[in-house]
Design a protein around this ligand. Sequence first.
Ligand SMILES: [Zn+2]
Length: 452
Amino acid sequence: MIRTLIPALLLASAAGSAQAAPIEGDGVAWDIVEGLTTEIGPRLAGSEAEARARDWAKAKLEALNFANVAIEPFRTEAWTRGEEEARLLAPYPQPLAITALGRSVPTPAGGLKGELVYFPTLAALRAAAEGSLAGKIAFVDHAMQPTQDGSGYGIYGDVRRAGPAIASRKGAAGVVIRSVGTDFHRNPHTGATSFSDGAKPIPSGAVSNPDADLIARIARRGQPMRIAMTLTGRPNPDAPSGNVIADLPGRDPSLPMILLACHLDSWDLGTGAIDDASGCAIITAAALQASKDGRLLRTVRLLWAGNEEMGSQTSGGNAYANAHAGDRHALAMESDFGADRVWALRLKLADANKALGDRIKAAVWPMGIVPQSGPAHGGADISDTVKAQKLALVDLGQDGTQYFDLHHTPDDTLDKVDPAALQQNVDAWAAVLKVVANEPGTIAPIEGATEE
Ligand SMILES: [Zn+2]
């Protein structure tokens, strides 16, 4: 008996691992990440794929029995990727792994060639003399390191967000940055830059960390560098996008709602599994899990936002705030930091809601989630609504140690999502929701709060 039983069990488990990841919890969250990455995949803001993702989301939310499921279209500032190629011409000719940044403009016909000027930091680029980069291409290095709370993105992310505009104002014809990422793979990280301060847009790209290391080593040799690059991506300034919203109606519709947000768009190099299919999966599965033992007191509103990634004024978060200025919200939460385990809790509650805060802490403490000092931040998809309605916030902070290995790269794919960690997120969110969405008293607006 034993002889026949053991091989059968081994066979079953081997087949299971080859066919599909194990389903944790009730499988709702995994099902959303798997479905969105398999049936849609990359969904760049403003693209036809993002439109298909909206239809997919609407069908999924209806199938999960949410109420008032709707696609809410808006026009947005987007960007379209093109051809991308770069190589060092001198002193050591070799190819570079490059990707264009959102808002990059195309290189001239035949590509852009010029001297590559090395800056070890963004501060060094800022210190360069006006006009000193005329006709040249700036390279900006940096030293981002992985951190559990992801805080390096605030500081080093500015290399991508602000570096190209600074280089442009010094006269640069183009800019290349070290990817804002913490991996050692030959994957460049894309992401949006900004020329909103009036700087002339220039072709802007990011090379992978190993390629940036190469450029840094050559720079240390003190020899002049020349680069050739072709980036044909271009702005798409008036593109269609849209939000998808859905409600889980509460027992008392007169009470202000709880708003939960994620974003539906993704960068196009990977399939947007951790950024941000996982966020949409977490908030959706958590709303259902929290109401499993009976309807919640307050309505929970899901916002699967369009165009978060461009960091545009015409984002999904902005469109939602405008379209729903008349809806009463009490508290907002956002999931947009991957699928690793929640370990940190931050709150932004009025003094009058101290008891509510204590109950939130007590709900997640048994899961090993610890309160952090400093207020909750929220995120881009809720920030305009939070500002307009002075909403209370709860942040469930995920472990970000590996997030910037994958963020905005071709490696942002389903296999990077750990089903057990994904479900731990759902459990944490559901625990918080059971407290805040069942709060009968006033969840007070945050008056005179200091801006982050
Ligand atoms: Zn994101």
